[in-house]
Ligand binder design. Structure first.
Ligand code: ASC
Length: 151
């Protein structure tokens, strides 16, 4: 039992310390990964926007579900911005992602903080809470796009 535990621990540490690119077969896969997470996030954020802006009827369950997806998806794209994926696939990522890592990390953390608030707000089950949290979350999307995404 101890041997199994030791093996699992060793394997986990190895997986965590493997260089990022090794987690994707090729740079294009990393681009696809981050774009996929962002697409799912944008889809559900768009549904929330439709409700927040009165273009779709407010549905508390759908809002809470979408916001939970947005919150979770916001954690994922960052692992896909590996070295060597700056010109891969059809990326719109700007070189600043890699040349200003601290600023990029800060923008990603801002987004994750806002999506967590959005999810909490959506769980409150009323449209006003959703509306209040929607704008700041969109602001965090835009903040990152302004500095790190080509038009
Ligand atoms: C969206 C979406 C984005 C953000 C951004 C906010 O719905 O797809 O990328 O909001 O436009 O400024």
């Amino acid at each position: 039992m101890k041997a199994i535990a030791a093996f699992v621990l060793t394997a986990s540490v190895a997986a965590l310390s493997t260089p990022a690119l090794a987690q994707f077969a090729k740079p294009e896969d990393a681009v696809k990964y981050r774009q996929s997470a962002l697409t799912v996030m944008a889809t559900h954020f768009g549904r929330l926007g439709a409700m927040a802006n009165g273009k779709a009827p407010f549905d508390a369950k759908q809002a809470a579900d979408s916001a939970a997806i947005v919150e979770y998806m916001s954690k994922l794209p960052w692992a896909g911005f590996v070295e060597g994926s700056d010109k891969a696939g059809n990326t719109k990522a700007l070189p600043e992602v890699w040349s200003q890592p601290a600023k990029f990390k800060e923008a990603s953390e801002k987004l994750m903080a806002e999506t967590a608030k959005l999810s909490t707000a959506a769980k409150a089950g009323n449209l006003d809470s959703l509306k209040a949290a929607f704008g700041p979350t969109g602001g965090a999307c835009k903040n990152c796009h302004d500095s790190f995404k080509a038009k």
